[in-house]
Ligand binder design. Structure first.
Ligand code: C2E
Ligand code: CA
Ligand code: CA
Length: 711
């Protein structure tokens, strides 16, 4: 507006100058002076627009008329004025086209930048709208989408100071001025065919409304008046053939170029469409990357990303956060015994119950196999309450097939900010507390600094174990098994030895998927040692423990066959010990059958502590039942335990198996076991496990001792 006034002043100034200098012009140009005047005035017309230009053209005639010039008849004057007007109009139009195109180009350029840089869809759309208003100079830019309820605005940006839009719910959209609703539209009752966005959405292409005032009953006429816009361009935002929405921009002037601007803006639509698609894909991939496929909870990475955000927010608001580290108890057994499909179902169910027991804003993650993490805002007390609620929910019976289980979890808790400032630190400490809980048989344990030293990082142990297996640094030691019938030791059990107890590293190896590698390592050494002893004149058998995953490993049978052939060891010299969980599933039974056919003998380890039924054991091709220490340690003092030990021994005899009593520590126990008919004894009372080099001497000495006793 201001610019126009300046030009008007300049124009009038020039016109006055023209009057003042006209006599001089006459002197110089003679009769042709008026022609010159037209050229003088043409640029003025350009500046002032066709109407003022024509007026000036007519004004040119005034001095001529005053001096009675022959050209002053109307016939010559009108074409002159018309010429000025047309030239002016044409030039003005070109200028406006130029301005509109410039604007569209600037807008396009900015959207291009946004499309390249935006991290997610909202950012892209907001950026594009800001570009429309700030760089493009549009008064209003908004994106509409078609929802099941009808056409709805998705995002918008206004370039009119003080004004904004606000959806009012149930399909109403309001224009707000300084926070006050000045006009509301019922979106469900608008004639969408009369709006740019509506047409673009329906037709999937761009639509130009050069001047909203020329459209009878334009649906947003009142909006146009309030906000002061005249023209609208709406473009379809498309990915391929799919119309995702429509971008509508409104300019203060009527649009001089229907096609060109719309073509340019159509580019914007295409750009936005493909960028949105790319971002959506990226978001989907990202979501996949941070969620656990099985349970839909966050995964490790998701926990770190979101968890840190929770901690940052909590730090700003000075609230406390608790991290609960849950480990399902006995999950491994269920998984080993019933297979992964069942294990997965248990995990999904556990996740569902975890959701049920926590608030929706708490963060839930599956951290690994059967480990879950809950991150919640609140004090230790709150965390304890949640932990107990989780325990209660988990404990509700879960039926799988015909069996019913009750889940439980060991929970370790670490608190922010006292125990750690970041997720990694909190996780580490809650993990330590969780192990403490497992060790002490407690449901929930809070992290205490003193337990930190005790568990010197499971991760470090994991790494050391992987290296130890690679470097074959894990050795079998051998524990003699006494045969009371002959008084001789004809069998030894191989027990893996390393820096830490096998009770720690065997489960760890299973967790990290190295169970078979470990068992292979032991088997190879045991068979080689059997061959060595044979060379030394010893006729020994050895029993080897197999982890459940090894039993079903495809390489187990070829490995055994190759080893036995290579070292020329009769298969019956090898006993394979498996736990009850290993043969609970059909696959396990089949594996035992194959081992049996190979000729190796089979033992059930820790008999009576697993889930197996006598019925199941009856049908298996077993040689030994190993009776665990818990049934043996009070055999000489408790009538019940003696009855159990006796019962198992008789059962074994009934089924054609031998019973081996494990963990025999005292002479009294050995004597009682002899009374109960036990033939095989194993335990510290006989000997602890020893390196292979000590076995020949020990066996020889023992044979001398017993034969001496007998003599
Ligand atoms: P297990 O098969 O029940 O082995 C018997 C455990 O009882 C051994 O512990 C043994 O040293 C211990 N023991 C023997 N006599 C006595 C006694 O009189 N009193 C007491 N208190 N304990 C006695 P170890 O060597 O710590 O092994 C623990 C478990 O680790 C084993 O239990 C077995 O399940 C597993 N394991 C050991 N070596 C291997 C292996 O090479 N492969 C696999 N997969 N597992 C192994
Ligand atoms: Ca064993
Ligand atoms: Ca055992």
């Amino acid at each position: 507006m201001r610019r126009k006034r300046v030009w008007l002043a300049v124009g009038l100034g020039l016109a006055l100058a023209f009057f003042a200098f006209f006599p001089r012009l006459r002197e110089v140009f003679g009769e042709a002076a008026p022609v010159f005047a037209v050229f003088w005035l043409a640029p003025l017309g350009w500046m002032l627009g066709p109407r003022l230009g024509a007026l000036l053209g007519l004004l040119t005639a005034v001095p001529l008329y005053l001096e009675g010039h022959p050209w002053t008849d109307l016939l010559t004057l009108l074409p002159a004025a018309a010429l000025v007007a047309v030239t002016a109009g044409w030039i003005e139009r070109r200028t406006r086209i130029h301005a509109f195109r410039e604007r569209a180009l600037r807008f396009l350029g900015h959207v291009g930048l946004q499309a390249a840089n935006a991290a997610h869809a909202e950012e892209l759309l907001e950026g594009a709208l800001a570009a429309a208003v700030e760089a493009g100079g549009y008064l209003l830019a908004m994106v509409w989408e078609r929802t099941p309820q009808g056409f709805r605005p998705l995002v918008w940006k206004l370039g009119v100071p003080g004004y904004d839009l606000a959806p009012l719910g149930d399909g109403k959209l309001a224009i707000v001025h300084h926070g006050k609703v000045v006009r509301a539209f019922d979106l469900d009752r608008l004639d969408w065919a009369k709006t740019g966005a509506g047409q673009a959405l329906s037709a999937g292409r761009s639509v130009v409304i050069p001047d909203v005032r020329r459209i009878p009953r334009y649906a947003f006429a009142e909006a146009a008046q309030l906000l002061g816009y005249r023209s609208v361009v709406a473009v379809a935002i498309k990915s391929g053939d799919r119309v995702r929405g429509a971008l509508a921009v409104a300019a203060p002037e009527p649009s001089p170029l229907a096609t060109e601007e719309s073509e340019l803006l159509e580019e914007v639509g295409v750009l936005l469409g493909s960028a949105l698609e790319r971002l959506e894909l990226k978001e989907r991939l990202r979501a996949q990357a941070i969620t656990d496929e099985l349970t839909g909870l966050l995964n490790r990475r998701g926990l770190f990303e979101w968890g840190q955000a929770v901690l940052d927010a909590a730090a700003r608001r000075q609230v406390r956060v608790a991290l609960l580290y849950l480990d399902l108890n006995r999950f491994k057994q269920i998984n080993d015994a019933l297979g992964h499909a069942v294990g997965d179902r248990v995990l999904v169910e556990a996740a569902r119950r975890l959701r049920q027991a926590t608030r929706s804003r708490d963060l839930l993650a599956r951290y690994g196999g059967d480990e879950f993490v809950v991150l919640l805002e609140g004090s230790g007390e709150v965390a304890l309450k949640v932990a107990h609620r989780v325990q209660r929910t988990l404990a509700e019976p879960i039926t799988i097939g015909e069996e019913t289980y009750r889940l439980s979890a060991s929970v370790g808790i670490a608190l922010f900010p006292s125990d750690g400032e970041n997720i990694a630190e909190l996780l580490r400490k809650a993990d330590i507390a969780m192990y403490q809980a497992k060790k002490q048989g407690e449901a929930v344990v809070f992290f205490e600094p003193k337990s930190d030293q005790a568990v010197k990082g499971r991760a470090a142990l994991e790494r050391a174990l992987v290296r130890a297996i690679e470097e074959r640094a894990i050795r079998p030691y051998y524990q003699p098994i006494l045969d009371r019938a002959s008084g001789e030791v004809l069998m030894v059990e191989a027990l893996a030895r390393w820096q830490v107890s096998p009770a720690t590293f065997v489960p760890l190896a299973e967790e990290v998927g190295l169970a078979f590698e470990l068992d292979r390592l032991i088997l190879e050494q045991v068979v080689a040692d059997l061959a060595e002893w044979r060379e030394a004149g010893l006729k020994l058998s050895a029993s080897v423990n197999l982890a459940p995953p090894s039993l079903n490993h495809g390489d187990l049978l070829p490995l055994l066959r190759d080893l036995l052939i290579a070292y020329e060891i009769p298969p019956s010299r090898l006993v394979i010990e498996v736990t009850e969980s290993a043969f609970l599933e059909p696959r396990g039974e089949a594996a035992l059958e194959r081992l049996h056919r190979l000729g190796v003998r089979l033992a059930v380890d820790d008999f009576g502590t697993g889930y197996s039924s006598i019925e199941r054991v009856r049908t298996l091709p077993l040689s030994f039942l190993k009776v665990p220490r818990i049934f043996i340690q009070r055999v000489d003092t408790s009538k019940t335990d003696a009855a159990i030990a006796s019962g198992i021994r008789m059962l074994a005899a009934e089924l054609g198996f031998e019973a081996i009593a494990e963990g025999v520590e005292t002479a009294a126990q050995a004597a009682r076991l002899a009374e109960l008919g036990y033939r095989y004894l194993q335990g510290f009372f006989i000997a602890a496990a020893m390196p292979k080099a000590e076995i020949p001497a020990w066996v020889e000495k023992h044979a001398r001792r017993t034969s001496g006793k007998q003599a």
